[in-house]
Design a protein around this ligand. Sequence first.
Ligand code: GAR
Length: 194
Amino acid sequence: MSKAKLAVFASGTGSNYDAIIDAINNGTLDAEAALLVCDKPAAKVVEKAKHNGTPTFVFDPKQYAAKELFEAKIVEVLQEAEIDWIILAGYMRLIGKTLLQPFEGKIINIHPSLLPAFPGLDAIGQAFDAGVKVSGVTVHYVDAGMDTGKIIAQDVVYINDEMTRDELQSAIQQVEHKLYPATIQKLISGGESS
Ligand code: GAR
C-alpha cells in the first residue's frame, strides 16, 4: 500500500513540521510529507521545507479578495497532490467551509493547552496568566469552530511555581513534538476514528 500523503499547514517557525519530518526520517511515522502549505511567505517553516525538499504552496492572503478564493486554490493544490490528511501545525487561521467540506474528518490540529481550556490565540500565555498547575497539549479533529473539534489525544504538562512563561512554552513544545507524530501514525494506520 502506498504511504499516506500529508499536507502540513504552518504559519511560523515550524518546530512541529520538523518533528514530523524527523519521525518520517527515523521510521516512526510511515507517511510522506507531500506538501507544506503556508500563509506567510517570510515564515521560517518555508525555508525549512525548501531545504528538506518538501513541495510548498505559499500564498499571501492579502492577494485574494476573499477567504473562499484562497481556500479554493488550496483545495485544487491538495487534490492535485492527492493529499490524504491535512495536518495543522501552527497554522493560525480558522478553516472555512470551502476547505473543510472536501476534507472533513481528514483535518487535524495541535493546540498548546488541554482543550476545552484556553482555546484560541496564545493558549500558553492564557494558561500561565491563569496560574493553572496543569496544562498540556491536545490533538483534535478540525470542525468549523475555534479549537472545538473532537479530541483525539492529550498529554499533560505540570507547571511549578518557579516556571517562567518561556519554560512552560518549551515544556509544551517538547510534549507536542512527541505527541503529534505518534498520534498521526495511529490515525493513518487506522488506530483512531472520527
Ligand atoms: C504550536 O505550539 C502549536 O500548538 C500552536 O502554534 C505553535 C506552532 O509552533 N498552535 C496554536 O496555537 C493553534 N491554535 P511551531 O511553528 O514551532 O510548530
